[in-house]
Design a protein. Sequence first.
Length: 175
Amino acid sequence: MSSSAIDLRAFIRDVPDFPKPGILFKDITPLLANVDAFRASVEGLADAFRGRGIEVVAAPEARGFVFAAPLALALGVGFVPIRKPGKLPYKTLSLEYDLEYGRDTLHIHNDALAVGRRVLLVDDVLATGGTMEACRGLVGQAGAEVVAYAFAIELGFLGGRAKLEPAEVFSLIRY
Ligand code: AMP
């Protein structure tokens, strides 16, 4: 099936009040479980960024990895993981950032990105944009440049895009 023939929205399951009351969680597991939908989503992201000089795809754990790793292969570039504390085995750069309640920290290996590398940051869902802002900070600490952001799903009403622009923000599905 061609990627344009599939309605990806049909494969996103809304789960109310997860992980806490008031959150409508966008569950991507039905999409991942369907090979046509999964392939179409990776191809849709790859079509948007092929020939654009992307040199590295990077993503935060864990759902970001699911799209970022096959996207990196489709673009013919490497993949760099961004992880929670205590997961990466070698020396890391780290950045603490604000969550809705409290703070969290993300890490990247300190040799993962060469200076000046053109990076595409990827995640499953763009919500408030806080996670991606932190990822951008880590890429910047490494001396590399975020040229664009790619998401399977964008929750437009949360305004995350404004935190990431003027860099390009691309999403397959918008709510
Ligand atoms: P953000 O607010 O953009 O920093 O989102 C935080 C992380 O939680 C991102 O990695 C998203 O994938 C995830 N996330 C936030 N809101 C939702 C939601 N409504 N459904 C599914 N995932 C979400």
